[in-house]
Design a protein around this ligand. Structure first.
Ligand code: WTA
Length: 694
């Protein structure tokens, strides 16, 4: 059919490597630090270093070198801090891998021969050691006044009940379970229940549409769907069960009837039970069913390289990839990075504001903190509801000591002014973190000076869904910070900066960020498509992992992430594939072509800008613009809907027919004087027409 053909054309477009004149040629101009800012050093404040786990760069360098030269000793020691039912084969290297496609299939294995269970390490281990009464989750609902406290024992019991429920539905080791919930404690509980049984969880962010959810359920052939009646974020109601129903209908139409059970948590704060649509025989209420099961459930001992979970993420091409993380390596890396990057001490109250639907919520709201017996704050709502001081109110209420947030939220709060922040004490805070997108020196400064009263170090943590956990970040206390800079790689992470040809650059330089040799938390494959894993991450630079990000390394060896170098957008910290948005736009019958680029957006980091050409009969109108935005909302989710629709008569193409995105980015950024070489275009006049239409 015509729309399928157009979609295919769009995808093919993206298979062609992106043209880059230099790394990140036009992107994020406002984010790039000035030459002065590169030299701006902020010393570790006060006596933070005295109490920190690591207090000098030389200490770090010693450990870093050990991790590189003696991984068996270093990682063996770290892994020994966890419970293993059976130790890995210590007579063999702790890591076995191949990153070079010419030498055979790409693979990574850590702690081979070992058996453990992630849920046991997150919960049982602590409860058995007498810490069951300690607080695990401090939950704060969307509306002030809704809150809950769960101890480690409480969580373990609830996890066992859900695990027993899943078992009663014949969920076994290796089966996929899809989770589509709002930010309530039952979400991490569901994840841990899967981990207990060895079932592979696939959490789908509650902001995704029915169609996206259906695509993910079909791709991983999930047996069970765990959801909730609805969620609330600010004034917005997320009708999750209704969306889940539609997704399951799509799955049925596809001939896939595997989802036989849909377990629904009755989130009556958000929506009364009688308003929740219901399918008899398939749907079950969580509260009515799960509580009947025993609070004891034996764990399934898993091999170190058995899959733990999958998480879908967007790349430049095709549909989202279900990245697989495995038991042993992920556990060790998530737990160890949590401890050191956040300088976690007993008694800390840790708050990660990310949603469990993203990797940050997996690694630093669920697994990493729980391996360390941390107390975690979990918040269902948004920073500005019902007022702009909500975050700081929560910080004071729970005496949060470590806050980990995304620059997009920090920018939103900064826009509300300093007074709202200063109204609250925030005395409990001792460390601030940032993740998900570059943080500009200006936003960094505001976070540091206003939110942290120049008293709390900031860790700007760079990592990816693929890396499982932090890769580049200050270790607070160990070296001075620079506003807007992720600084140095974590123990054993061998970062390289490459030029266009893949040649390693030394000293101060700018180029493509890649990584030599695996770390324990690297994703092992793409679910059902190992060749896609190999071609996405290991074909660009021979023998190296390609991150998809550009970076600069300054004279102090500090790494500054400059953003994606492929066609992935980062909108409010959400990874969005331009190809997917284009695919959705061209499925509208009146849209013949679409090209999507990012532009600098004050609050979101990047905004989505779509150039659209229409069929002959169609006329540009506000109504059509809304239809196009809605079709993206429906097919992907609201967060992917383009802000700007630019009606184009045609798009700038090279003679070989490839769209020149470089030019489109310039037009979106209104940088008309700096358009660059247009001589290779098949029709250079197109550019002028586009500028006129801006
Ligand atoms: C970007 C989120 C600059 C980067 C954990 C990466 C960052 C993508 C930072 C991964 C940071 C993440 N500074 N950019 N501190 N952290 N990014 O998979 O472009 O959702 O490739 O993982 O976010 O996004 P993902």
């Amino acid at each position: 059919d015509l729309s399928a053909e157009r979609r295919l054309r769009c995808m093919l477009e993206h298979l062609v490597p992106v043209e880059i004149s230099r790394v990140n040629p036009d992107r994020s101009v406002c984010i790039f630090p000035t030459s002065e800012e590169y030299k701006d050093i902020v010393q570790v404040p006060g006596d933070f270093a005295k109490k920190a786990l690591l207090s000098s760069r030389s200490q770090y360098e010693q450990l870093y070198n050990e991790a590189v030269t003696n991984p068996d000793g270093f990682w063996g020691r770290v892994a020994a801090g966890f419970f293993w039912k059976k130790l890995w084969d210590t007579s063999k290297p702790v890591c076995n891998y191949n990153f070079d496609a010419d030498k055979g299939p790409i693979f990574v294995e850590w702690f081979k021969g070992g058996f453990t269970n992630v849920c046991y390490n997150a919960l049982d281990r602590h409860v058995l050691a007498g810490h069951g009464h300690e607080l695990c989750f401090l939950w704060e609902g969307n509306d002030p006044g809704q809150s809950a406290q769960l101890t480690y024992s409480d969580v373990l019991k609830k996890v066992c009940q859900v695990a027993n429920f899943l078992k009663s539905k014949n969920v076994q080791k290796g089966d996929r379970v899809c989770i589509y919930m709002s930010m309530i404690p039952e979400l991490p509980i569901a994840m841990l229940a899967c981990a207990r049984l060895g079932a592979i969880h696939s959490v789908v962010f509650g902001g995704f549409s029915s169609e996206s959810l259906a695509g993910r359920i079909l791709d991983c052939k999930a047996k069970v769907l765990l959801t909730c009646s609805a969620g609330r974020r600010g004034n917005k109601l997320l009708p999750l069960k209704e969306l889940a129903d539609r997704a399951l209908e799509i799955c049925l139409r596809d001939g896939n009837t595997r989802v036989e059970t849909c377990l629904v948590y009755d989130n009556s704060f958000a929506l009364p039970r009688e308003k929740v649509p219901w399918v008899e025989g398939r749907d079950l209420w969580w509260q009515d069913n799960v509580s009947q099961f025993s609070v004891d459930c034996p764990v399934e001992w898993m091999a170190a390289e058995d899959p733990l979970f999958m998480l879908y993420t967007s790349g430049s091409t095709g549909k989202p990839k279900g990245l697989i993380h495995t038991v042993g390596g992920y556990m060790v890396y998530a737990g160890f990075t949590f401890k050191h990057v956040f300088d976690h001490h007993p008694g800390d109250i840790f708050w990660c504001t990310a949603d469990c639907g993203w990797i940050t919520g997996h690694t630093y709201l669920t697994y990493g903190p729980l391996f360390n017996r941390a107390t975690c704050v979990m918040f269902e709502g948004v920073p500005t509801f019902p007022h702009a001081g909500r975050w700081w109110e929560i910080v004071d209420k729970f005496k949060v000591s470590i806050l980990y947030a995304a620059p997009t939220a920090i920018r939103t709060l900064a826009a509300q002014g300093d007074e709202v922040v200063r109204k609250y004490s925030r005395k409990s805070l001792r460390l601030l973190g940032s993740v998900g997108e570059p943080i500009s020196p200006k936003t960094w400064r505001w976070y540091y000076e206003v939110c942290g009263d120049s008293r709390c170090p900031i860790i700007d943590t760079w990592w990816q869904t693929e890396t499982g956990a932090c890769m580049i970040s200050p270790l607070p206390g160990a070296w001075p910070m620079k506003p807007g800079c992720a600084t140095l790689p974590f123990f054993g992470v061998q970062t390289l900066v490459l030029d266009q040809e893949g040649k390693e650059l030394h000293g101060a330089c700018e180029g493509y960020l890649s990584i030599k040799a695996p770390w324990p938390g690297i994703a092992r494959t793409v679910y059902g498509d190992h060749s896609r894993y190999e071609s996405t991450y290991f074909k660009t630079w021979k023998g190296l992992y390609a991150t998809g990000d550009g970076c600069r390394r300054d004279a102090d060896g500090y790494i500054w992430i400059t953003g994606r170098v492929d066609d992935v957008l980062n909108v409010s910290g959400h990874r969005i594939s331009t190809g997917e948005v284009e695919g959705a736009l061209v499925s509208h019958p009146q849209c013949t072509e679409a090209a999507v680029v990012g532009y600098d957006h004050e609050l979101k980091g990047q905004g989505i800008y779509a150039f659209v050409t229409l069929s002959q009969q169609a006329k540009p109108s506000d109504a059509l613009k809304k239809e196009l935005q809605d079709i993206v909302r429906k097919q992907i989710g609201s967060f992917a809907s383009p802000e700007v629709i630019h009606w184009a008569v045609s798009l700038p193409r090279t003679r070989s027919g490839k769209i020149m995105r470089r030019i489109l980015r310039k037009i979106a950024a209104r940088q008309y004087t700096d358009i660059g070489d247009t001589s290779s275009l098949s029709d250079p006049s197109v550019v002028e027409a586009l500028i006129k239409g801006r």
